[in-house]
Design a protein around this ligand. Sequence first.
Ligand SMILES: C[S@@+](CC[C@H](N)C(=O)[O-])C[C@H]1O[C@@H](n2cnc3c(N)ncnc32)[C@H](O)[C@@H]1O
Length: 206
Amino acid sequence: MRNSSYHDYDEVYGVSDEYYWGVKPSYMCLKIIELMPPDKYTRVLDIGCGEGKDSVFLARCGYDVSAFDLSDTGVEKTKKLAERANVKVNVFKANIWDYRLNDNYDILFSSGVLHYIKPELRDEVFGNYLTHTNENGLNVFNVFIKKPFITPAPENEEHSYLWSSGQLLAYYSDWYVEDFSEFVFDCNSSEVPHQHAMNSIFARKK
Ligand SMILES: C[S@@+](CC[C@H](N)C(=O)[O-])C[C@H]1O[C@@H](n2cnc3c(N)ncnc32)[C@H](O)[C@@H]1O
């Protein structure tokens, strides 16, 4: 996964019509299909959808997808990708800091975004997400985590707050955890080879 500065996303996405993150869905989407196939009406929210590769993939699979991102260019590119795929994605601009869910979803999904939530807002944001997930629904999230043996990414992002290992799991003590993992991966953003550590969770509300 590439990483980039919070302030740069409009610029980064606007450089060309190419998709900065590509159009191939995350492995997490494939696991969503395994855990909750869209054989009945299933409502998904993609939190921080970027340019829409995962939202559009899930919509193509038959999910009813809503998605938001802070980047205007990301929102526009998501709309274009959905049009090209001839699917509907309800995509809008919102800031994860103050956007709270009023409706319920079957699946809340977010990849590469939750480190942008200010730490003092995490409990409130997660309280809102957990409440607004339907029974038997899924939360599918990953977070960048701090590890003493991983040197900080070269971008020195503003408004990027790494999580602690296991902190994401703690929000799901009352849920059925389908899968939780921790891994380290290589990254070459800013043309500087480095590594990131991440936790990912697939949790089901019982
Ligand atoms: C690493 S990208 C991931 C995009 C997408 N989830 C993907 O995997 O392709 C991070 C995204 O978070 C969005 N973002 C950053 N801060 C945000 C905020 N405060 N509220 C909503 N989205 C935000 C950025 O605009 C960017 O599209």
